[in-house]
Design a protein around this ligand. Structure first.
Ligand SMILES: *Cc1c(COP(=O)(O)O)cnc(C)c1O
Length: 388
C-alpha cells in the first residue's frame, strides 16, 4: 500500500507544482557550460582576423549550448550571426544590443519590416528577397550583406548577378549594402581544389568589404582578407580541421556532457547485455548503467568500445545505446560504483574523437543534445543565475 500512496503523493506534487517554481533537476544527465572557455576561444578567433571583426555564429541554439547563454557570455563580441529571424528576435527581446546578422536573410516582406524595427542585418542571397523588400514598409534602414555563390552552390548570387543587385540596392535609401559575403564548401579540407577555386572566384575588386571565413577558413588563412569573419564551431572548442586537434589549436571545450552511474551489476561470461543482445561478455564482467541515452542526444549510432569516462577513467561503451541509458564495462574500473561521475564528452573525451567514431561531426552531436538535458553554467557570467 505504502509505495502506492507515496507515488500518488509525488504525482500530485508534480501536478500542483505552481508555475514559476523551477521543476526539480535531479536527473544526473547535464550539460555543464564553461563560458570562460567560450570567451577564450572567441579571442583566438579574433586574434586570427588581423584587425577585422569576428561575429560569433550562435545559430541553432548556440550549436546546442543555449542561444542566450552564449550571447550573454560573449557580450563584447563584435556581433552575432544566427540562421533565421526567429533566433534574432529572441536575442533582441532578451535585451541583446550587439549587431545581429540573419544568415538566411528575410523569408518574406514581414521579416524585412521586423529587421528594420529591430535593427537586424540581413543576408541578401536571392532575387526573391529583393522583390519582398519592394512590398515591405521599412521604418529605418536595413543593412544587407550580399551573398555571393562562389562555388558551394547552396545560397547566393553569381558574382555578376550580385554586382547588378548591388547597384539596385544602392539606390534604395532604406537599404544599406554593407558587405559581400560568401561561404566555403570545403574549407576544412587541406589541399582542397574547391576551396582554392572559391577563393579565386572572390579574388577580384568588390565595391564593398568582404566576409568569407568560417572557423576552418579563419584557422587556415595566411592572409586574412575579411572585414568581418564568421567563426562558429571553433568557439565551442571543436577543431574544424581534419587531423588537427582542438588542443593543437589552443581551443578549450565549452560543453561537458555528464551524468552518473545509476546501477552496477555482474554478468557471467557468455551473457548478453542490452537490446538485441549483440554485446556478449567474453569474461565475467562488471557492468555499469549510466543515465544517458539517445533521448538526451547521445547518438544511438555510437559503437561499442567508444570511450566513456567513469570516475576519471576511460571505460568502453558496451551494448546498444537506449533512450535513457547506456551501459559501460567497469570490470577494469573497480573504483566505479553507483553515483560515480561520468563524462560523455568535454574535458576527458574530445567531442571530435567521439564524432568521428559514430561517423558524424561535432556540430551534429552538439545540436542533438535534447531539451531534457539542463544546461548548467559552471562559470557564472555576471548576469546569469546558473540556469541558461
Ligand atoms: C554556420 C555558418 C558559419 C560558421 O561555420 P563554422 O564552420 O561553424 O565556423 C559561417 N557562415 C555561415 C554562412 C554559416 O552558415
Amino acid at each position: 500500500m505504502r509505495p502506492i500512496i507515496l507515488t500518488c503523493f509525488a504525482a500530485a506534487f508534480y501536478i500542483l507544482l505552481p508555475a514559476g517554481i523551477p521543476a526539480p533537476m535531479t536527473r544526473p544527465a547535464k550539460a555543464l557550460l564553461n563560458w570562460s572557455s567560450l570567451r577564450h576561444n572567441y579571442q583566438i578567433a579574433k586574434s586570427r582576423c588581423a584587425g577585422g571583426q569576428a561575429w560569433a555564429v550562435i545559430k541553432a541554439n548556440g550549436y546546442g549550448h543555449g542561444l542566450l547563454g552564449c550571447a550573454r557570455a560573449l557580450s563584447s563580441a563584435d556581433g552575432f550571426a544566427v540562421a533565421c529571424m526567429d533566433e534574432a528576435v529572441i536575442l533582441r527581446e532578451a535585451g541583446i544590443q550587439r549587431p545581429l546578422l540573419v544568415l538566411q536573410g528575410a523569408y518574406d516582406s514581414q521579416e524585412w519590416q521586423l529587421a528594420s524595427e529591430l535593427g537586424i542585418e540581413l543576408m541578401l542571397h536571392h532575387p526573391q528577397q529583393w522583390l519582398d523588400r519592394q512590398v515591405a514598409t521599412l521604418v529605418a534602414p536595413v543593412a544587407v550583406w550580399l551573398k555571393v555563390n562562389s562555388g558551394m552552390n547552396r545560397l547566393g548570387l553569381r558574382p555578376q548577378q550580385a554586382l547588378a543587385l548591388y547597384q539596385q540596392v544602392s539606390n534604395d535609401p532604406l537599404v544599406q549594402p554593407r558587405l559581400f559575403a560568401s561561404h566555403f564548401a570545403e574549407a576544412e579540407e587541406v589541399g582542397s581544389r574547391s576551396f582554392a577555386s572559391q577563393l579565386e572566384c572572390m579574388n577580384q575588386e568588390w565595391p564593398l568589404p568582404l566576409s568569407l571565413c568560417n572557423s576552418a577558413a579563419i584557422l587556415r588563412a595566411d592572409k586574412p582578407v575579411d572585414a568581418i569573419s564568421r567563426p562558429g564551431i571553433m568557439l565551442y572548442g571543436s577543431s574544424p580541421l581534419a587531423g588537427v586537434s582542438a588542443v593543437d589549436l589552443g581551443l578549450k571545450p565549452v560543453m561537458q556532457l555528464v551524468s552518473s552511474i545509476i546501477a552496477v551489476h555482474e554478468v557471467g561470461a557468455g551473457e548478453a547485455v542490452g537490446y538485441g543482445g549483440d554485446w556478449i561478455a567474453r569474461r565475467d564482467s562488471r557492468i555499469g548503467v549510466v543515465a544517458m541515452g539517445y533521448g538526451d542526444g547521445y547518438p544511438r549510432s555510437m559503437p561499442a568500445g567508444a570511450p566513456v569516462a567513469v570516475a576519471g577513467q576511460i571505460c568502453p561503451l558496451i551494448g546498444r545505446v537506449s533512450m535513457d541509458m547506456i551501459t559501460v564495462d567497469l570490470t577494469d574500473c573497480p573504483q566505479a560504483d553507483i553515483g560515480s561521475a561520468v563524462e560523455l564528452w568535454g574535458e576527458q573525451i574530445a567531442i571530435d574523437q567521439l564524432a568521428s567514431l559514430c561517423g558524424t561531426i561535432s556540430y551534429e552531436l552538439f545540436c542533438q543534445v535534447t531539451a531534457r538535458v539542463p544546461r548548467i553554467t559552471r562559470d557564472l557570467p555576471s548576469d546569469n543565475n546558473g540556469q541558461v
